[in-house]
Structures are given as structure tokens and as C-alpha cells.
Design a protein around this ligand. Structure first.
Ligand SMILES: Cc1cc2nc3c(=O)[nH]c(=O)nc-3n(C[C@H](O)[C@H](O)[C@H](O)COP(=O)(O)OP(=O)(O)OC[C@H]3O[C@@H](n4cnc5c(N)ncnc54)[C@H](O)[C@@H]3O)c2cc1C
Length: 382
């Protein structure tokens, strides 16, 4: 089968490797506009649960990636300068570029061709193929050219975020909230290598306006963020990688394919980074499509099967991400909570974690919350 893939992110690379490993006669080419050694962003994080899917489906890939990952067993929430550690939340992280390079190497070793520095602006420039994958990310041009047929919906959210890194190496995934005269600043930060951490700063729309970020230079933006998080950075600099303020687009598609074009990964749907699942979802899409193509050579049938098998799990995570995103949009309203209540509210933000679950994960946090609310019945999951 002749397969052409636009975008060498986790979705396209992993699908190509799975399909080629299963049938080496497939002719697969991936077009990637970036250079081999360049990408946006810093590290990405996977929850332990997010890695379990990989272990269950592809133990060899799990074993291939895991030595390159940083991992830890707790997360922490910092509010009013107090750090509340929350046990039972395992995570693993890896630099985005390192992950991509491991996936490039793996796909190429199986015989997949990757053409770097090749920007595909339209389906028309691609050679005839049995199947074309749009794995060109959230702003997929291939999707945009067929939005009407695909039923694409994009909802722009109001918070602004900027994806930075820092040389300070944090112990664990930490969400730090700092109240300033400009408003609330939140940093999502965690180490992803022995000498680097992701440091993603998020603010609500009003804070962003008051700070004047719209017209502030990149250097002044970094200086202000360094000032807000001085205690957390401990003298380490904030580092940019083409970093700029963005709003999160919640993207979904009514139809996942049109003719022989199929959407995977962020091109298909986005999930807010606060639940650390976008890369996992992209890889799960790849697994589901590869499985569907193994079960039938009929492309239309395989695409139908892909959508049918993948939709329920995908919608569940999209819903959790939607609610989590909303919690961050309301962060100023949560600030009056004391640090224990704040950490507890953070843990319950998706509505999927009951009090009983928190008790299992971290009995100390559950007990601290119970002590503060002796007359409140323990809340179930929503
Ligand atoms: C700030 C932020 C933080 C995140 N943190 C996490 C996290 O902690 N954990 C997590 O799991 N996920 C995280 N994500 C989400 C994750 O990055 C994405 O969900 C994931 O990368 C999607 O993979 P993908 O392969 O679909 O697309 P992408 O990774 O976006 O890859 C698309 C590729 O297509 C290429 N491309 C685009 N257009 C063209 C074109 N016209 N021609 C050729 N090539 C093209 C791009 O250069 C890119 O390499 C985060 C996202 C953001 C924005």
C-alpha cells in the first residue's frame, strides 16, 4: 500500500513505524517541514496511566522510550508559597525533540522515508496514494482545506500560555500559583532531562491584559515571568524556544476522514496540556489506525473501523481535558482557598477523581481535607 503522511510528529511517526513493521511492503513517506534537529517546545509529560496504554499495546516501544524518560511518583501544588505534595500520581517526561528523534530513528530503521524541510501546503502536490494521513498538528493545513466535509469545530479559549524551559531541575511535576498585583500566574513545571525542565506559564485574559503582554518584548516578557517566579526559579533563567503567548484551540471534527485523507493526533482533536495526554492520544490514534488497517485492506472500511474503535476512549479524555481547562480559566476564583483545599480542588478538577480515590492515592491529603470539613460528606466522582 502507498501511504503518504504529512507531519512527522508523534502521530505520523508512530503510525508509520507500526504499519511498516507489520507489512514491510508498504511504501511510506513522511513529509516534515522542520529540520531533523529542530522542534518547538521543551519537554512533555505522560502520566503513569498514559504510559500503561503503550506498555499494554507495544511493550517494545515502551522499553525503547523509558530509559530516556525522567520519572517521579508525586506531584506538588504550590499556593500562597506553601507546597502541598500529593502522592500516588506517577509521571514520566521526555524532551519533545528527544522523543521525536527516537521515533525518527525507529521509523527509519524499519524502512520509512522521512523528507525533512518539506512543507506540504496542499493535497494536490502529493503523489497519488492509497491513503494520506494529515498528522500536521493542531493547525493542520490539510484539514483546513476540507473543513466543510470534515465538520471541523474550533473553540478558542481565553487563557494565555507560553511554553518556556529553564535550567532549574525540579524534583517533580509542580503547579505553582503566584498572586501578583497584575493577577494570578500559574507555572506548570517539571524536569524532562538531567539538566532541563519545562516551565509553562499560564495566565487568564484579564491578567494578560493588565500585564501588557500584547505589546511587551520577548526579553521583557521573560524578565517579568522570572520576577513573578523568582522563588521557584532560584536564580535560574527562563529559556525561550520561539516561545510566544498563545490561546488554546479546542479542536474537534465530526468526521475523521474524507475520501482517502484521514486525520490523526492534534489535527483530529486537541486536548488541553493540563492533563498531559496529547502525545499519548496521538500515539493511541496511531495504534488504532494501524490495527484497523491490519484487519482489512479496504481503506474505507478500515477508516470506519478506526473511528468506531477509537471514539469512546477519545471522547472520555476530551471531556476530562475540557473540564480541566475550565478549572484553569477560573483559577482566580480558587485562590481564596487555603493550600489544602486548593490542592484538593485541583485533584478533583476533572470530576473523575472521587474522595475515595484521593484517600487511596494520598491518605494524608484526604485526612487533612476531612479535618477541615468535619461536617461535609466526602464528595463522590461526578
Ligand atoms: C504548550 C503545550 C504543552 C504540551 N504538553 C504536553 C504534555 O505535557 N504531554 C502531552 O502528552 N502532550 C502535551 N502537549 C500536546 C502534544 O504536544 C500534542 O498533542 C502532540 O504533539 C500531537 O502530536 P501530533 O503528531 O498530532 O502533532 P505535532 O506534534 O504537532 O506534529 C505535527 C508535525 O507536523 C509538521 N507540519 C505541520 N504542518 C506541516 C506542513 N504543512 N508540511 C509538513 N509538515 C508539517 C510540524 O512541523 C510537526 O512536526 C502539549 C502541547 C502544548 C501546545
Amino acid at each position: 500500500m502507498k501511504i503518504r503522511i504529512v507531519g512527522a510528529g508523534p502521530a505520523g511517526l508512530y503510525f508509520a513505524a507500526l504499519a511498516k513493521a507489520h507489512d514491510p511492503s508498504h511504501d511510506i513517506v513522511i513529509y516534515e517541514r522542520n529540520r531533523r534537529d529542530a522542534t518547538w517546545g521543551f519537554g512533555v509529560v505522560f502520566s503513569d496511566r498514559a504510559l500503561e496504554f503503550l506498555r499494554a499495546d507495544d511493550e517494545a516501544m515502551y522499553q525503547y522510550l523509558i530509559p530516556h524518560m525522567q520519572s517521579w511518583s508525586d506531584l506538588a501544588v504550590v499556593h500562597r508559597g506553601e507546597r502541598v505534595a500529593i502522592a500516588g500520581n506517577g509521571f514520566a517526561s521526555i524532551g519533545r525533540l528527544e522523543l521525536l528523534q527516537l521515533l525518527y530513528h525507529h521509523a527509519e530503521s524499519l524502512g520509512v522515508t522521512i523528507q525533512f524541510e518539506t512543507d506540504i501546503r496542499s493535497l494536490d502536490v502529493l503523489p497519488e496514494a492509497d491513503l494520506v494521513l494529515a498528522t500536521d498538528g493542531a493547525f493542520s493545513l490539510l484539514r483546513q482545506q476540507h473543513e466543510a466535509q470534515l465538520g471541523t469545530r474550533t473553540e478558542w479559549h481565553t487563557n494565555q500560555f507560553i511554553w518556556y524551559g529553564t535550567s532549574r531541575v525540579f524534583d517533580t511535576l509542580t503547579l505553582t500559583f503566584r498572586e501578583t498585583p497584575l493577577g494570578v500566574f500559574c507555572a506548570h513545571h517539571y524536569r524532562y532531562s538531567a539538566d532541563m525542565s519545562t516551565f509553562l506559564v499560564e495566565v487568564d485574559a484579564a491578567t494578560w491584559q493588565r500585564a501588557g503582554f500584547a505589546t511587551m518584548s520577548p526579553q521583557d516578557t521573560i524578565a517579568l515571568c522570572e520576577q513573578v517566579f523568582a522563588e521557584d526559579l532560584q536564580g535560574h533563567p527562563i529559556i525561550s524556544n520561539h516561545s510566544h503567548w498563545r490561546r488554546f484551540p479546542a479542536i474537534s471534527n465530526e468526521h475523521w476522514s474524507h475520501d482517502n485523507l484521514v486525520l490523526l493526533g492534534d489535527a483530529l482533536r486537541t486536548v488541553h496540556f493540563s492533563i498531559g495526554s496529547g502525545t499519548r492520544m496521538a500515539m493511541e490514534d496511531a495504534i488504532a489506525l494501524a490495527k484497523a488497517l491490519r484487519s482489512t485492506r479496504d481503506i474505507a472500511q478500515a477508516l470506519h473501523l478506526f473511528e468506531q474503535s477509537r471514539a469512546p476512549a477519545m471522547h472520555k479524555i476530551m471531556e476530562a481535558a475540557r473540564v480541566s481547562l475550565h478549572w484553569y480559566e477560573q483559577m482566580a476564583e480558587h485562590m481564596p482557598l487555603n493550600p489544602t483545599d486548593f490542592a484538593y480542588a485541583y485533584m478533583r478538577r476533572t470530576g473523575r477523581v472521587s474522595h475515595a480515590a484521593i484517600k487511596r492515592m494520598d491518605p494524608r491529603l484526604a485526612a487533612a481535607w476531612e479535618a477541615q470539613h468535619p461536617d461535609t460528606p466526602a464528595p463522590p466522582a461526578r
